[in-house]
Every structure is written in structure tokens, then in C-alpha cells.
Design a protein around this ligand. Structure first.
Ligand SMILES: Cc1cc2nc3c(=O)[nH]c(=O)nc-3n(C[C@H](O)[C@H](O)[C@H](O)COP(=O)(O)OP(=O)(O)OC[C@H]3O[C@@H](n4cnc5c(N)ncnc54)[C@H](O)[C@@H]3O)c2cc1C
Length: 511
């Protein structure tokens, strides 16, 4: 059956019975397509569909269209565990990543399971029925459609698709040029021969700078405070050699192992020897920009490496633009926008024809949907995370939030594997419900923020809407791939904190 037609499910004004599926996936991005692959492979008997709010799959890699859009982690770890990344470049451009996602969906007939233009707004769990009723708004007709399911797999990403985050800038309306947010990049934006200011210092600003500098008259990256940057080649020589001498799957697995180990080692060093890592990172920047450059002012953050994400500079492209004089970095506060640019707190005024606000994303939890369990709305900040992917007292729902210190897909793959184990375990034991619940010994657990030691503005802005974590397993969000791999692949599904209930036999007897 081709499930693409959104008319399959009951709408507001229809008397049609509400369709039932075993599993519903929300979101057809990198995570949603990966989750569907796992479900097809490890739970082949389960019926499922993917509800996608937009008209295309790919999520992030379809939405972002700014020049130079690329990954900042290597595709051997941002790619799926089950589909080798075969391209020569390990740091890939957005369109190549989108093709990879599309190819995965097409090769496995996952594309037929996607129902586009269905934005999920609400999910209500009924213990009596052991199922979710999920409501989605059809983006073309604004009708509400409903689907019932036993398990809800949230792969809706972590930020709002409605628009990016832009702080209030005084005098914004005075500026006579164009103001652009990277999340809504105008296809016809012409920056050739123009003066461009990019506000921000994160991965987006660092990606945009060298790309725009190729054609613009001059680009200024205007930052309030610096970010750690590190230059690395966009090709992985070891991966490319291995692929020549070994079968693709084996070469990919070895490279993936090497890269996850390396990522974890760097992160570990950032926690145990931050001063040494900091010194090394700054030494590399000095080597790129020369002894006269003020690295202290423009590239020395006031936090330790990995308190915020490290920014990759592939092949030193940003440094090259700075050295050539086509681009520069200014570290200062914005006083006000003016007719012709931006006046800084220092009194200096920067001229611009175009201002790009690379000021980040607006984080949302669970795609902005409302969650109700047995008629009670769920307040997520009051819940504890279970293994970094489920929530205390919320049954049969898993949400994928990837790593902030490693590639997102490493965690998305593990979550998808785990949910298949969980579903199969429920089937074997004849249960229809699994709910993470605090045990007696967990009751006095301290409540800690969802992320430890992560000071990025975009995370700090929303810490109050995120679930909390405790101080011991399974209530922690460890951000540690190797530890999670052990726990999710090998750890028991019955751990005392996961409560299995709603026995199939009991339901049959009651009926
Ligand atoms: C510019 C950029 C670059 C990045 N680069 C990297 C990188 O190099 N490495 C890395 O590890 N991470 C990176 N990330 C993080 C990145 O988002 C993840 O790597 C990954 O793409 C997330 O995939 P996802 O499927 O979980 O979420 P998304 O890509 O956000 O996809 C979510 C999907 O869910 C849909 N959706 C959302 N809400 C609803 C709803 N209510 N109803 C129906 N559908 C809904 C969306 O339309 C979207 O299609 C980057 C992020 C950005 C913004």
C-alpha cells in the first residue's frame, strides 16, 4: 500500500474509524528515516508510518539552503551504521547528505511510508486502550487528522521549523539593506561585490564566511565573544585508503570505530585536561593567522573547549579568507543598527549592504506537540530523562536527541536499535505498555539540568523547558557514546525502572 496519501487517516469531520498502526514515527529527517530502517529490519511484522510536517524528507539537510551548507562532523559517524558513506569527502555538503537520506529511504521503500504535510500537534495516551491517539494538522487544508498507535517514536529534531532565533537588535528597522537569517535563505540573494556582516560565531557563521567571501567585496564576522575553532582536512585519508582495499562495509565500520574513539578521546581530554587542549587549539590558530593576529581577542573563548560545540574549519578555509583580506573578525557588542550598517559599543561603525543574523535556532521539545497521558497534560520539565530518550511516567514514547559532543546519528541509531529491542521484548512477554517510573531508591535523586557543562546560548535559553536528569543510571543523559552503546545494546530491558504493564491476556480476559 502506498501510504503517501494523507487522506488515509480520519479527519475532523469524518466518521471513518481512526486508523491504527503499531508504531508512528514523527519526522522524516536523518533520525526518522534511520528509525524506519531499524523497525523494518528488527520488527518486520510491525505496521508503521512516518508523519512529516513538511513536503520533503531530510529535515535539517533539506531546510537549510545557505551557501556552503555542510556537516561539521565526519559522515562516517554522521552517516547511518547500516549504510556506508562512500563519497571521498568526509565533511560533506548539504545536498550530498540530503541525497544520502533520500537514497536510504528509496532503497528500503521507506519513502512509501511517509505522509507529508502532516504536522503533529497533539498526542494523547490512554492506558485503558494501551495506545496513543495522535493528532496532526494537514498543512494544505488545515484539517486535523487522527491516527492511533501503540508506540510513538519522536524524530522531530530539536529546533523550530517556523523560524530561527534572532535577538532584539536596537534600530533594526533603520537599516536600509537586507537582513537575512540562515534558516530562511532567499534563493536569489545577491551578495556579489557587496559588504556583508555576519552576526555570530557558531558553526553557521564559520561556514558562511569563506563561502561568501569568494564573491562579496568584504565580509565581517561580528561576534560578541569567540568560539573555539579547529582546522582539519575535509577528506579522511585513512577512510579512502581502507575503502580501496577492503569491502565498503568493513572499511566503513573501521573508520567509524576510529572516528568515534577519536571524538570521545578529544571530549575526554576537554574534561580532564582542558588547559592543555585549549593551548593546543590556540597554537593551531596562531599558526594559521600569524604572530601579528590578535588571537587572544578574536579566537580565545572565555570557556573551556567543549563547554560549547567546537567549530570545524575544513581545510582552513576561514583562515585563508582572513589572510587574504577578504574577510575579518570583529569582537564587540552591537550598540544599534544604523541606516548603513552596525554601530558598535566601542563607537566604531561597520558598513554593510547585507546583514546575516547567524544567531542560532529556537529549540523546541518534541516538535512543539502537546502530550497528554490519561487526560493529564505532561509538563516535560517535571519529568526525568530515562536513558536520555524516554521520560518518567510517559509510556511507549521515545524521543531522539543526538549527541552534542559527537555525531547526532550515533545516538539516533542506538535509540532506534533499543526501541526495537523494547518492542520485541513487550511482544514476547505479552505486554503492551512500558513506562519509565522512579523506583523507591530514585525518589530523592537530585534534579540536574538535561545537559551537564554545556553553556551554548541556544541550549541555555531553553534549559527550563527540557526534562531533567538525575545522578545515576538510568536517569542520566551521559553524552557518552561508548557507555550508551553498552547500556542500550547489552543492558537489560527489565531494569526495575522500566515498568511493563497492560498484559495482552488480562486485556483479553477483561474484554
Ligand atoms: C545547519 C546545521 C548543521 C548541522 N550539522 C551537524 C553535524 O555536522 N553533525 C551533527 O552531529 N549534527 C549536526 N546538526 C544537527 C542536526 O540537526 C542533526 O545532525 C540531524 O540532522 C538531526 O536529524 P533529525 O532527523 O533528528 O532532525 P531534523 O533534521 O530536524 O528533522 C526533523 C524532521 O521532523 C519534522 N518535524 C518536526 N516537528 C514535527 C511535527 N510536529 N510534526 C511532523 N513533523 C515534524 C521536521 O519537518 C523534519 O523533517 C546540524 C544542524 C544544523 C541546523
Amino acid at each position: 500500500m502506498n501510504n503517501q496519501n494523507p487522506n488515509n487517516h480520519a479527519t475532523d469531520d469524518s466518521d471513518a474509524p481512526v486508523e491504527y498502526l503499531d508504531v508512528l514515527i514523527v519526522g522524516a529527517g536523518l533520525s526518522g528515516i534511520g528509525a524506519a530502517w531499524h523497525l523494518q529490519k528488527y520488527c518486520p511484522g510491525k505496521s508503521y508510518a512516518i508523519l512529516e510536517g513538511r513536503d520533503a524528507m531530510g529535515g535539517t539537510w533539506d531546510l537549510f539552503r545557505y551557501p556552503g551548507i555542510r556537516s561539521d562532523s565526519d559522515m562516517h559517524t554522521l552517516g547511518y551504521s547500516f549504510k556506508p558513506w562512500l563519497a571521498r569527502k568526509a565533511i560533506a555538503d548539504g545536498p550530498s547528505i540530503l541525497s544520502y537520506i533520500n537514497e536510504t529511504a528509496a532503497e528500503n521503500n521507506i519513502d512509501r511510508k511517509i505522509r507529508y504535510g502532516c504536522k503533529v500537534t497533539k498526542a494523547s495516551w490512554s492506558t485503558a486502550a494501551a495506545e496513543w491517539t495522535v493528532e496532526a494538522e494537514r498543512q494544505d487544508t488545515r484539517e486535523t487528522v487522527r491516527i492511533r498507535c501503540n508506540f510513538l517514536l519522536m524524530c522531530a529534531g530539536y529546533y523550530s521549523y517556523e523560524g530561527g532565533y534572532t535577538p532584539e537588535f536596537a534600530g533594526r528597522e533603520r537599516f536600509r539593506g537586507e537582513i537575512v537569517h540562515p534558516q530562511e535563505w532567499p534563493e536569489d540573494l545577491d551578495y556579489k561585490g557587496k559588504k556583508v556582516i555576519i552576526i555570530g560565531s557558531g558553526a553557521t557563521a564559520v561556514t558562511l564566511l569563506p563561502e561568501i567571501a569568494k564573491d562579496a567585496e568584504h565580509v565581517v564576522m561580528l561576534q560578541r565573544s569567540p568560539t573555539y575553532v579547529v582546522s582539519a582536512p575535509d577528506v579522511d585519508i585513512v577512510a579512502n585508503v581502507l575503502r580501496k582495499i577492503l569491502p565498503a562495509k568493513i572499511a566503513y565500520a573501521i573508520t567509524r570505530f576510529k572516528n568515534t574513539r577519536f571524538q570521545q578521546f578529544i571530549y575526554y581530554r576537554s574534561r580532564t585536561r582542558p588547559d592543555r587542549l585549549k593551548k593546543q587549539l590556540l597554537k593551531w590558530v596562531r599558526k594559521e593567522l600569524g604572530p601579528d593576529y590578535d588571537v587572544e581577542k578574536h579566537f580565545t573563548p572565555h570557556y573551556n573547549p567543549w563547554d560549547q560545540r567546537l567549530c570545524l574549519v575544513p581545510n582552513g578555509d576561514m583562515f585563508e579568507s582572513i589572510r587574504s583580506g577578504k574577510a575579518s573578525v570583529v569582537t564587540d557588542q552591537i550598540d544599534t543598527f544604523t541606516e548603513n550598517g552596525i554601530k558598535l559599543a566601542s563607537g566604531e561603525e561597520l558598513q554593510a549592504d547585507i546583514i546575516i543574523t547567524a544567531t542560532g535556532l529556537q529549540l523546541v521539545v518534541l516538535g512543539g506537540m502537546q502530550v497528554i497521558v490519561d487526560d493529564q497534560p505532561v509538563a516535560f520539565p517535571a519529568t526525568y530523562t530515562y536513558k536520555g530518550m524516554m521520560f518518567s511516567d510517559v509510556p511507549n514514547m521515545l524521543s531522539t536527541f543526538g549527541y552534542i559532543n559527537a555525531s547526532w546519528t550515533l545516538r539516533a541509531d542506538l535509540n532506534a536499535e533499543y526501541v526495537c529491542r523494547l518492542i520485541n521484548h513487550m511482544d514476547q512477554a505479552d505486554f503492551r505498555q512500558c513506562t519509565p517510573r522512579l523506583r523507591d531508591e530514585d525518589q530523592d535523586m537530585p534534579a540536574r539540568p538535561w545537559f551537564d557543562d554545556f553553556s551554548s546560548g541556544y541550549v541555555q535559553r531553553v534549559m527550563n523547558i527540557l526534562p531533567k536528569q538525575g545522578d545515576h543510571e538510568p536517569w542520566v543523559n551521559a553524552q557518552n557514546y561508548h557507555r550508551d552503546k553498552q547500556m542500550l545494546r547489552k543492558g537489560p530491558t527489565e531494569d526495575g525502572a522500566m515498568v511493563f504493564s497492560n498484559e495482552v491476556d488480562a486485556r483479553r480476559d477483561a474484554a
